[in-house]
Design a protein. Structure first.
Length: 208
């Protein structure tokens, strides 16, 4: 009998060529599918809720697998442990749950969220996880610029053209600037994102 499982995943994307398979480097999807094959003894795709770019980290990426008949039987509560033993330390499965057969990590998702961490005090410990702009910036202007992106818009000019993208219209629920100690967080939540969209939005905000 087949099983459908959903994974809650976090990863440090520094050393990966993004989520999706790439010919020029190792992807997060690649190492996950290899671990799933080693655990269950079958080759199945690991489908993510979104495709992060090279160097982008995730704290709550959701993915699903449909494990077909004939696979090794592993109790759901032990799947995360079994996978983590086979994954690099930069990728961790935080939770595994059984889901209905029609669950789809991408199409069942209601929204997705990106957070950019900004600091004006560079540190070697922040190199992977925070960006230090090379020019001074005004927090008030950043907040004003962020509000412009809220709503349903065509983000063609904020994306790298991709033949697989049928529409560049995205509904942005949240785009705001938050203060956390000596850092700024730019939080963007939308029903979907197109390739390069969030990086382009943040870049434009700092050009204001």
């Amino acid at each position: 009998m087949s099983r459908s499982l959903a994974f809650l995943i976090e990863y440090d994307g520094t050393d990966f060529a993004g989520w999706q398979f790439q010919p020029n480097g190792v992807s997060v999807q690649e190492v996950l599918e290899r671990a799933v094959e080693e655990c269950f003894g079958v080759v199945v795709p690991v489908v993510g809720s979104g495709r992060t770019d090279s160097g982008v980290h995730a704290r709550g990426q959701v993915a699903h697998v449909h494990v077909l008949d004939g696979a090794n039987t592993i109790p759901t509560e032990k799947v995360a442990l079994a996978l983590n033993r086979r994954l690099p330390r930069s990728v961790r499965i935080r939770k595994v749950v059984d889901v209905p057969a029609d669950f789809h990590a991408r199409f069942s998702a209601r929204s997705r969220e990106y957070v950019y961490v900004i600091t004006d005090t560079p540190s070697v410990f922040d190199m992977r996880y925070a960006w230090t702009p090379s020019i001074p910036f005004d927090r008030g202007l950043l907040g004003n610029a962020a509000r412009i992106f809220v709503g349903k818009h065509d983000f063609t000019t904020f994306s790298k053209l991709n033949a697989d993208t049928a529409s560049y219209v995205c509904d942005v629920e949240t785009c705001r600037v938050e203060t956390l100690s000596d850092r700024l967080l730019i939080r963007i939540r939308a029903d979907r994102f197109v390739y390069g969209m969030c990086r382009a939005i943040v870049g434009v905000m700092f050009d204001v």
